[in-house]
Design a protein around this ligand. Structure first.
Ligand SMILES: [Zn+2]
Ligand SMILES: [Zn+2]
Length: 350
């Protein structure tokens, strides 16, 4: 008689009646290919992109979403180079599960976040809203042993945190200059405030939710502005007439991008992170750039090295994600709360 395959619990995305929810089901533990590893997951963060994927706003996706998973290696494929990892190593599973290593993006240092093969968690490969997941070994992110922070603090950094950190890394401001965070009250925004402060920038926090004022100031912002006020003159005043050297747009609203142009300094950089719902687009006039020297750049998550750097700032105690624990059974409710004030939801898996 055939031996029964081991099962695990997974939150399966169900779309019906124009909406979606997650159904917790017992399904077979993934069988790994020779070049993969099996990870026993302890937690997974819930990210805004999970919401976009579940709602069908960004194209097709897998049945199992989630891309902020933390766990331990339980099994290693027969063809995996033993120097990559060993059983029991703590690993993070972020947005990027694998990269091809061959395409024009992969050949640029740090360019693999835009690998044309797009082997993203929940998009082309099942994600981390489950007790187990399998990932290719060649892009495995083993968390160094000197990073000892709890799994639930690691999880939010694997996408939200590294996204905020990388956006600040590419923003071209130097220590002591003003950096504005648009959408500072959201999950990524609150992390961006902390990272910006930790990186030595002076932080202007801007959000429509004025209830987040005290929290943003406590997290390290020097100034909080209500996004619905005349932020142009308020930013001019706060920055001595210069404007913000960089503006990180974490809010996915058209108006946030329009505001960014009103507050950015000459030769400043606007970094796009927030995604407005498709197919909403934003238009600019070439003079917005020609007349000012302003640059508009997109930032997409970070590499494994960026993620480890971002985790080290949590380890150091200068960035602390605010997390709310939830369960697979409560995921359908928790996902509705994503993006609401400053909290990252983290699912306890085992
Ligand atoms: Zn590639
Ligand atoms: Zn994400």
């Amino acid at each position: 008689m055939e031996s029964q395959k081991p099962l695990h619990r997974a939150a399966i995305l169900i779309r019906e009646n124009g909406g979606y929810h997650f159904d917790v089901q017992q399904i077979p533990v993934p069988e790994i290919q020779p070049l993969e590893v099996l990870i026993s997951l302890s937690v997974s963060g819930v990210c805004g992109t999970d919401v976009s994927l579940a709602a069908g706003h960004v194209g097709p996706c897998c049945d199992i979403l989630g891309h902020e998973g933390v766990g331990k290696i339980e099994k290693i494929g027969s063809g995996v180079d033993p120097s990559i990892a060993k059983i029991g190593d703590r690993v993070g599973v972020g947005w990027i599960q694998d990269v091809c290593g061959q395409c024009s993006c992969c050949r640029i240092p740090g360019g693999e976040t835009r690998c044309v093969e797009e082997l993203y968690s929940g998009r082309k490969r099942n994600g981390t809203f489950a007790e187990y997941c399998s990932v290719p070994a060649r892009y495995l992110m083993v968390i160094p042993e000197d990073i000892t922070i709890a799994d639930e603090l690691v999880a939010p950094i694997l996408c939200g945190g590294v996204t905020a950190y990388k956006a600040l890394k590419v923003c071209e401001a130097v220590r002591g200059e003003w950096v504005a965070i648009l959408g500072a009250g959201g999950g990524v925004g609150a992390l961006a405030v902390q990272y910006a402060r930790a990186m030595g920038y002076r932080v202007l926090a801007i959000d429509v939710n004025i209830d987040m004022r005290d929290e943003c100031l406590a997290l390290g912002a020097e100034v909080f502005l209500n996004a619905q006020d005349d932020i142009s003159s308020a930013v001019q005043k706060a920055t001595g007439g210069l404007g913000a050297k960089a503006v990180i747009v974490t809010a996915g609203a058209k108006v946030a991008y329009q505001s960014a142009f009103k507050i950015v300094a000459y030769f400043g950089v606007i970094v796009c992170v927030g995604i407005p719902p498709l197919p909403e687009s934003i238009s600019f006039h070439p003079l917005d750039f020609i007349g000012t020297g302003v640059k508009l750049v997109g930032s997409l998550t970070g590499t494994r090295a960026d993620t480890i750097e971002a985790l080290r700032l949590v380890q150091k105690g200068v960035v602390t994600p605010k997390v709310q624990m939830t369960s697979l059974e409560d995921l359908s409710d928790a996902i509705q709360m994503v993006g609401k004030p400053g909290i990252k939801y983290v699912v306890r898996l085992q």
